[in-house]
Write a protein that binds this ligand. Structure first.
Ligand code: NAD
Length: 489
């Protein structure tokens, strides 16, 4: 494998506020843009995780002893540092993940928005107090859990870790992050910026590696909670393993998002939204439009989607997919759909970007007359591919959506408000949309799917994350000795 002319220094683990370069086996970090090696990532062992947990445990009493208002001061400064370093952070994302610079910038902006929510936590986290009977008072207070862990995927090297890091830390926990071994670079810079923002050593730690470290996290007796974002296959493994070790667990899994398109939908708006949703981040988003169900006469909308898709050019406004294997897998799905009788309207197979021939590119692909029983209609493709199914009945379209084992997002395109309500009420997805291709709830609303797109209780961001990263203490107080004695306060 060729080494890039613009390689980065080898990735380090980050423990107790310092980069640790212990000799460990390592793996190449490969840029999807041209297939060159841009760095090396250590494949850490359990001992490294143990050291990180020890350092987090040591840091916990002082960090959790601060007030919430004191702790969020770090995130006010951190948010400003993200803005100051926007271009550098965005270029790192591009190098390791292969998305476009605009998409990378959007990811960093989203990171800032997540921080802004964190900064507002003192205004949001409400403890309650009430006189529950004469002279007796009950109050609640939120407490951190201790050392917690966050395991993240390759598709958002910056944003997905930011779903968990600022909230978990501001709420008083100390954290171990295990980034995807395919995209470990962004997290290195985030550690430096957190330190620059004033986060004490040991509060935030990074342990790089593969499934061995994930398994070690699930097994470690001193890690109290685990959040995971990645494929459904691994989400199930982590949910079961960490759960069987009695940890609090929240796992976000894969997706197969359906768009139900009615003939009265605005052609231009629908086509632009659907094409952007299926191709943004090269389709490697858990919120990407993947399966469209056209209800009735929607040929004009399908034609407009194809027109939009043809404006999307690999290497210009379409990034690369993560690996050569991912490219081959996506193209296999397309081949198989074609063999089974689907019609390829826009074909993204076998594309190559001049000057980046070693890159892993798949062009935008629109496939019509896909049947619900085909593999491409059922499985997560995770590439810039839209499969279109046809029906004459909106209830049948809803049945197709409901039959998916996933349940991240579903959108309806129509100009009829009553029909929009009818569909959104019936889709089996945690994030529903009307005339929008990527119905991501923005802060303070929380992010989370249903069914096999999420295992655990609650969502991963917004208000919901407060419950996940804290535990409630209920304190009952009686100072007046003359208060009525009873079997209950
Ligand atoms: P992945 O499941 O392969 O990897 C996620 C993490 O798990 C990585 O850190 C990886 O090192 C680790 N891992 C991989 N295999 C493992 C195993 N066998 N045992 C233990 N740990 C293992 O996911 P990915 O390919 O990095 O990311 C893409 C997937 O993530 C897609 O399915 C996408 O839909 C999903 N995703 C979901 C959401 C959501 O919020 N629902 C958000 C982003 C991505």
């Amino acid at each position: 494998m060729k080494t890039s002319a613009t390689a980065f220094s080898p990735v380090a683990n980050y423990i107790n506020g310092a980069a640790i370069n212990d000799p460990l086996p390592s793996m190449d970090v490969i840029s999807p843009l041209d297939g060159t090696v841009i760095s090396k990532v250590p494949l850490s062992k359990r001992e490294t995780l143990n050291k990180a947990v020890e350092s987090a445990q040591k840091a916990f009493p002082a960090w959790s002893g601060q007030t919430l208002k004191e702790r969020v001061q770090v995130f006010f400064r951190f948010r400003q540092l993200l803005e100051k370093n926007l271009e550098e952070l965005s270029k790192l994302i591009v190098a390791e993940n292969g998305k476009t610079l605009d998409e990378a910038r959007a990811e960093v902006f989203k990171g800032m928005e997540l921080c802004e929510f964190t900064c507002s936590l003192p205004q949001i986290v409400r403890d309650e107090v009430q006189e529950v009977s004469q002279g007796i008072e009950c109050r609640t207070s939120h407490h951190p859990l201790g050392v917690v862990a966050s395991i993240t995927p390759f598709n958002f090297p910056h944003m997905v870790p930011m779903w968990t890091i600022p909230n978990a830390l501001a709420l008083g926990n100390c954290m171990i992050v295990k980034p995807s071994e395919m995209v470990p670079l962004s997290m290195q810079r985030i550690a430096q910026l957190l330190s620059e923002a004033g986060l004490p050593p040991g509060v935030f730690n990074i342990v790089n590696g593969d499934r061995q470290i994930v398994e070690a996290i699930c097994d470690h007796p001193d890690i109290k909670a685990v959040s995971f974002v990645g494929s459904t296959r691994v989400a199930k493994i982590v949910y079961q393993r960490a759960g069987s070790n009695l940890k609090r667990v929240l796992c976000m899994g894969g997706a197969k998002n359906h768009l139900i398109v009615l003939p009265d939908a605005n052609t231009e708006i629908s086509a632009a939204n659907i094409a952007a949703s299926m191709s943004g981040c090269a389709g490697q988003r858990c919120m990407a439009a993947s399966a469209m169900v056209g209800v009735g006469k929607v040929d004009h909308i399908v034609a407009a989607i194809c027109e939009e898709a043809r404006k999307i050019v690999p290497g210009e406004n379409l990034g690369a997919v993560i690996t050569a294997e991912a490219k081959a897998r996506i193209e296999r799905y397309i081949d198989e759909a074609e063999r089974e009788g689907a019609k390829i309207l826009v074909d993204g197979r076998n594309v190559s970007v001049p000057g980046q021939e070693g890159g892993f590119y798949v062009g935008p692909t629109v496939i019509d007359y896909v049947r619900p029983d085909m593999k491409i209609a059922q499985e997560e493709v995770f590439g810039p591919v839209l499969s279109i199914m046809r029906t004459d009945d909106v209830d049948e379209a809803i049945r197709i959506e409901n039959a998916s084992p996933y349940g991240n997002a579903a959108s309806v395109f129509t100009q009829n408000g009553k029909m929009a309500d009818y569909v959104t009420e019936r889709v089996s997805a945690g994030m529903a949309g009307v005339n929008i291709g990527v119905p991501v709830p923005r802060e303070p609303f929380s992010f989370g799917g249903w069914n096999e797109s999420r295992f655990g209780v609650g969502d991963i961001t917004g208000h919901s994350s407060i419950g996940f990263w804290t535990q409630l203490k209920k304190t009952t107080t009686k100072w007046n000795p003359e208060a009525w004695k009873d079997w209950m306060s």
